[in-house]
Design a protein around this ligand. Structure first.
Ligand code: 5AD
Ligand code: SF4
Length: 472
């Protein structure tokens, strides 16, 4: 049977249809693209309504807050559907973290698998189809394997994701990832480049390299450093933009900035999470760098010939964070002048070293600090975005006209640009826009060039993505 297309008896349709729900980061979103590709390959069809699905998959995230409670709450909602002969699978970080406990609390779940075991999905699906229950894929940190598949279902219409490294060996004291995604393991640069070429042939012009720590990348074939791989992906025929996330300051080397300077297709954007501006808090977080070490990497980036936009993640209210420590974070925001930050209140996570520290900062103080952080950052962005006034920026078109008649796209710095245009440029095309107005988190302008025409292959791919096969 052709993947993704239905053909068979009513019973077979029901069993071989799936619905997937995804939470969390881009790694999870891309994992789901690979899981969907694998399911289609195994003869399943994707449906857009859970009521039509024989198999419901839930790809979970456990990075912050009360993630496990939210998962169990959602599973409770699935409970009412168990009488309909549906099967349920829990994937991702909460699956890895909670393991067999999920079967105890939600006995109607048949499959629990963490991301390190997805390469075994075909075998697990066969067991599921054979009627087995309580199937687990809970590889721990021992695995050396990555989940590479040619059968990725690329649902992001503009961006082709490539995982270059899985897992994390950093063990920051607040973070659950090393326990849920296993140890660091990189793909060979040859396999990454082959995937980049496939993506380019599909018509995508933008690639994003993914990893919990992309710059810890260690080519198993020893051929390329991360910066060299980045440059090589940027040189793949047809690729116009390359992004990468997330970088760890500890492994952020100057050759990454040099590569951005040298290869025009590498985007003017570095996401370099600092987490805190206080060296004392960084030590308690086991981040393995100081404020000054971080600022040195920022200085390299600012010294580049290109205007590289900087963004960050910040945690407020880590155990023991004093007013003075928090003030250090605020002054760091001012020193760096980020274009965007993602601020989070610290939340204790299972298995992490920080769970044994007293969660000493009261919730109202965390809330107040986060509000101060976001307000200060907004002022910084108001100032920063001003530099784009009257500039011409190249925009990749993402959405057609909104209610104000504006088209939306993104600049190389990943900034949202809303602009007026005489025609409606096709999604995925590139167009030059002159900036006429600036806001703290978006730019407004007018098109001043004719859009490039996206390749027919991209249009075909987008049409395929839009047509998620629905079986009623
Ligand atoms: N509490 C709050 N924020 C966290 N993050 C990771 N773990 C925690 C936690 N326990 C944030 C970090 C990380 C981002 C993805 O999530 O800032 O960079
Ligand atoms: Fe978590 Fe730290 Fe690894 Fe990032 S580097 S995934 S914050 S442990």
């Amino acid at each position: 049977m052709q993947p993704g297309l239905w053909c068979g008896s009513v019973e077979e349709i029901h069993l071989k249809t799936f619905y997937i729900e995804t939470f969390g980061c881009q790694m999870n979103a891309h994992d789901s693209e690979k899981v969907v590709g694998t399911l289609l390959r195994e003869g399943y069809s994707q449906v857009v309504d859970e009521a039509d699905a024989g198999l419901i998959l839930y790809n979970t995230c456990s990075i912050r807050d009360k993630a496990e409670q939210k998962v169990f709450h959602r599973l409770n909602e699935y409970k009412r559907m168990q009488g309909e002969g549906k099967k349920f699978a829990v994937l991702g970080c909460v699956a890895q973290q909670e393991g067999n406990k999920i079967f105890e609390r939600a006995p109607y779940v048949s499959l629990v698998a963490g991301s390190a075991s997805y390469r075994n999905l075909p075998e697990m699906l066969a067991r599921l189809e054979a009627g087995e229950t309580r199937i687990t894929g809970l590889d721990d940190r021992q695995t050396d394997e990555t989940f590479d598949t040619e059968f990725t279902s690329r649902t992001n219409p503009h961006r082709g994701y490539i995982t270059i490294i899985e897992g994390c060996d950093k063990f920051c004291s607040y973070c659950v990832v090393p326990y849920t995604r296993g140890k660091e393991r990189s793909r060979t640069s040859a396999s990454v480049l082959a995937e980049a070429q496939r993506i380019a042939q599909m018509g995508f012009t933008e690639i994003q390299l993914l990893g919990q720590n992309v710059n810890s990348y260690l080519d198993p074939s020893g051929k390329r450093s991360f910066a060299e791989l980045l440059a090589a992906v940027g040189e793949v025929n047809g690729i116009k933009r390359v992004r990468f996330t997330t970088s760890h300051p500890r492994d952020f080397t100057k050759d990454i900035v040099d590569a951005i300077d040298a290869v025009p297709t590498l985007c003017d954007h570095v996401h370099l999470p600092v987490q805190s501006g206080s060296t004392d808090v960084l030590r308690a977080m086991q981040r393995d760098y100081t404020r000054d070490w971080y600022l040195e990497r920022i200085a390299w980036t600012k010294a580049a010939r290109r205007d590289i936009s900087l963004t960050s993640d910040i945690i407020v209210g880590f155990p023991g964070e004093t007013d003075r420590d928090f003030e250090d974070t605020i002054t760091l925001l001012e020193t760096v002048g980020y274009d965007a930050i993602y601020g989070f209140k610290y939340s204790p996570r299972p298995n992490t070293p920080a769970i044994h520290m007293h969660d000493s900062i009261p919730e109202d103080v965390k809330v107040a600090r986060l509000a101060i952080l976001n307000a200060r950052q907004r002022e910084i962005q108001r100032e920063n975005y001003g530099r784009h006034l009257d500039q011409t920026v190249e925009v990749m078109v993402e959405h057609g006209a909104n209610s104000r008649g504006q088209i939306t796209g993104r600049s190389t710095q990943n900034k949202t640009v809303n602009f007026m245009c005489d025609s409606t440029p096709p999604s995925g095309s590139y167009i030059d826009v002159r900036i006429t107005q600036v806001f703290p988190s978006s730019l407004v302008g007018e098109a001043i060039s004719v859009p490039t025409v996206p390749s027919p292959a991209l249009a075909a791919q987008q049409a395929l993505n839009a047509r998620v096969p629905v079986v009623h």
